[in-house]
Design a protein around this ligand. Structure first.
Ligand code: NAD
Length: 255
């Protein structure tokens, strides 16, 4: 898909990876960029910078996502690329309160479901459209400190795969972005919460945005800003026991 002249929505576009995506899409001359974020001030700053539109959106609320899509379609006539990128991260094991589990589920899974419900009808009618889901390497592997994150990111990846299977032959392209550490506020917060292993080999959000632009141009499903993740996935598939031992060591190293 060509970014030039396309209409793009980026959730969580007010900061971090989403902001870098908006900047890259603007550099590639997208026709319209809609920045959807719960942090409307952040979204407005990015909108001012890239010449886009900010829409206050809590992606965990279906009515917000519907309104975001309706307003964008009314204003621009179509959505070519919808980036479901908003995310949250917190350490959490089985004792994390239900509301934390639900919040992660709503932001990492239901937000993508709401987006697909809202945006697919118009894409299927045109016979083309692109969904980019920001997942995480934790969706392919795990996260030693956060069950809430690892589990919901697995579900997020499963939904992206399912969309690609169900709609790939009807003109709908899907990509899943699965980075390890990316130097954003989320990673800096993680550092203070004792998840600093992600800082090793962390990449800049701009690097991630450049890789996304290449992958969207190639219409490639899996985007791995850390290529070693492909090797970790192979090792996990080849010898699960060994992989679990390695993850236990990683968890012990950073309690
Ligand atoms: N930074 C990393 O190391 C890393 C690694 C792998 C995956 N990711 C994923 O990348 C995505 C972006 O993360 P980031 O690192 O840019 O984080 P960030 O905290 O810098 O930015 C996240 C943005 O999402 C917004 N947001 C949060 N909840 C929202 C909601 N309910 N509705 C709308 N907007 C909401 C925030 O306001 C913020 O602007 C997330 O899905 C995250 O899980 C990040």
């Amino acid at each position: 898909m060509e970014i030039k002249d396309s209409v793009i929505v980026v959730t969580g576009g007010g900061n971090g990876i989403g902001r870098a995506l908006c900047r890259r899409f603007a550099a590639d001359k997208a026709r319209a960029i809609v920045i959807a974020d719960i942090d409307v001030a952040g979204a407005r700053r990015v909108a001012d910078e890239v010449g886009g539109t900010a829409i206050e959106t809590d992606v965990s609320r279906e009515d917000d996502v519907e309104r975001l899509v309706e307003e964008t379609l009314d204003r621009h006539g179509a959505i070519d690329l919808f980036c479901s990128n908003a995310g949250i991260a917190k350490n959490g094991d089985e004792r994390a309160p239900d509301e934390e589990w639900r919040r992660c589920w709503d932001v990492h899974v239901m937000a993508h479901v709401y987006a697909a419900r809202a945006v697919l009808p118009s894409m299927l009618e045109r016979g083309r459209g692109y969904l980019l889901h920001t997942v995480s390497a934790a969706g392919l592997l795990s996260h030693p400190q956060s069950a809430t994150y690892a589990v919901t990111k697995h579900a997020s990846l499963a939904f992206a795969e399912w969309l690609a299977i169900a709609y790939g032959d009807r003109g709908i392209k899907v990509s899943a972005l699965c980075p390890q550490g990316v130097r954003t506020d989320m990673l800096l917060r993680a550092e203070t919460e004792g998840r600093s292993f992600l800082l090793d080999g962390a990449v800049e959000p701009e690097q991630v945005a450049n890789l996304v632009a290449d992958a969207v141009a190639d219409e490639r499903f899996l985007i791995l800003p850390h290529p070693e993740v492909a090797e970790y996935v192979r090792r996990k598939a080849t010898d699960h026991e060994r992989w679990l031992r390695g993850m236990r060591r990683r968890r012990k190293a950073e309690p």
